[in-house]
Design a protein around this ligand. Structure first.
Ligand SMILES: [Zn+2]
Length: 417
């Protein structure tokens, strides 16, 4: 308990202090920057397990992203060669670009879906929230169009009809998750006010991603037809069907640096929503009554703080081994948080690297008036060649670096992680 209070106080003071010296491209997403998952994924997991290792390129990319260091060393405003929008030097645009994200987001989504499904298979029965097999992209769940191929959840579990575990009392029949990645919103598009519109922040971006899942799209015209019965239903009707059958949709929103959305954080960690949950997602009740009910119910009738419950069950019995099989993860909540951290590094990190690859293979990187010092990029693109290039640059470079740390970092010969 004391530990939690100190943690909370430290993080709020850190936030206040950090915001005074962060550059302007990083204040709107401070919550994402100080979220510890990515750092855990980089450093905390035991390297003896092969799954926990990252190759040099991936490790370097993630480290630059995690420490908010420049990937592109320039003071000029860069432009994206694909969408022609402003391009930031920290790599946020790689995840925001309408062109690049088409190529990287599905893979990133699927890695998250598979990880969460796999981990739930142990976690959910452990806390006795289910006594049956978990479902993945299951069809036939929507009552009015049962024979259509609509998969309302990426992954879901059934709650037991009669619960043996008295801790979570709820009348839900299923809880399903839909993964979605959001943008850091570092360079908002002109339609939303461009770079001067920094009123947006990372939590708003996560909430808007969650909203699009509750509403099944941003507008009300996302209808689907059941080919066998020829019945057409809208996204709002699908949510209504799920709601009436006591199924709960929980959007699992993830930011590029690994911050989770309020809804999944409430379920996993019991984190209270940032403001009044009734208006949290700003869903228009008159147009989307079912989406509004579903979003409200995520904070009222759905079990929450499940990792704390797992810790409690784990600690109630004496054991001579650790939950994750390593002294680095003594209890379930530490173990799962590390797994999430590893997934941020592997799923989001690989997506960013793939985007850089595309950027340099089909174009010549971001557009700028003068040429860039691209040692960093050559390392990220071709690790083996990059190492010698980086070392040469650190001894020969005459250019004054705005970030001395980068030079030191480039000179280091990073061993296999
Ligand atoms: Zn772009």
């Amino acid at each position: 308990m004391t530990h939690d209070i100190i943690n909370k106080e430290t993080s709020s003071r850190l936030c206040e202090k950090m915001i005074t010296f962060l550059p302007s491209d990083s204040t709107h997403n401070i919550a994402e920057i100080i979220d510890g998952k990515m750092g855990q994924g980089l450093l905390d997991l035991p390297r003896s397990e092969e799954d926990n290792r990252q190759n040099n390129r991936l490790f370097r990319f993630n480290l630059l992203r995690c420490l908010r260091m420049n990937i592109w060393e320039t003071t000029e405003q860069l432009k994206c060669p694909f969408c022609k929008q402003d391009f930031d030097t920290k790599g946020d645009h790689l995840y925001q670009c309408s062109h690049l994200s088409k190529q990287i987001k599905t893979k990133m989504h699927n890695k998250w879906r598979d990880t969460w499904h796999k981990e739930m298979e142990t976690l959910i029965p452990y806390i006795q929230l289910t006594d049956s097999k978990l479902g993945k992209e299951t069809t036939g769940l929507v009552r009015s169009i049962r024979r259509s191929n609509i998969k309302p959840f990426d992954t879901h579990f059934n709650l037991p009809i009669v619960s043996k575990e008295g801790h979570f009392r709820c009348r839900l029949s299923k809880i399903g998750f839909d993964m979605i990645t959001c943008n850091s919103d570092t360079c908002p598009s002109p339609s939303r006010g461009g770079s001067s519109a920094k009123s947006n922040n990372i939590v708003a971006s996560l909430l808007s991603a969650e909203k699009s899942k509750f509403q099944r799209g941003r507008g009300s015209n996302t209808s689907r037809t059941d080919s066998s019965s020829q019945i057409t239903v809208t996204g709002e009707q699908i949510i209504g069907d799920l709601f009436d059958d006591n199924m709960q949709l929980l959007p699992f929103a993830i930011s590029p640096l690994g911050l989770f959305g309020p809804t999944i954080n409430h379920f996993l960690y019991g984190t209270p929503p940032p403001s009044d949950y009734k208006t949290l997602h700003n869903i228009d009740k008159s147009k989307f009554p079912n989406a509004s009910k579903m979003a409200h119910q995520a904070f009222t009738r759905t079990p929450s703080n499940i990792l704390d419950r797992a810790d409690y069950i784990w600690k109630s019995k004496q054991r001579n081994y650790h939950y994750g099989g390593s002294y680095k993860s003594p209890d379930p909540s530490t173990y799962y948080t590390q797994i999430f951290g590893r997934t941020v590094c592997k799923a989001n990190g690989s997506a960013g690297l793939a985007a850089i690859q595309t950027l340099y293979e089909s174009k010549h990187g971001p557009i700028t008036a003068s040429s860039l010092n691209d040692d960093q990029i050559s390392y990220l693109l071709y690790s083996s060649r990059g190492r010698s290039t980086s070392q040469r640059s650190s001894s020969q470079s005459t250019q004054e670096s705005s970030q001395p740390l980068t030079e030191t970092f480039l000179a280091q010969n990073i061993s296999d992680t």
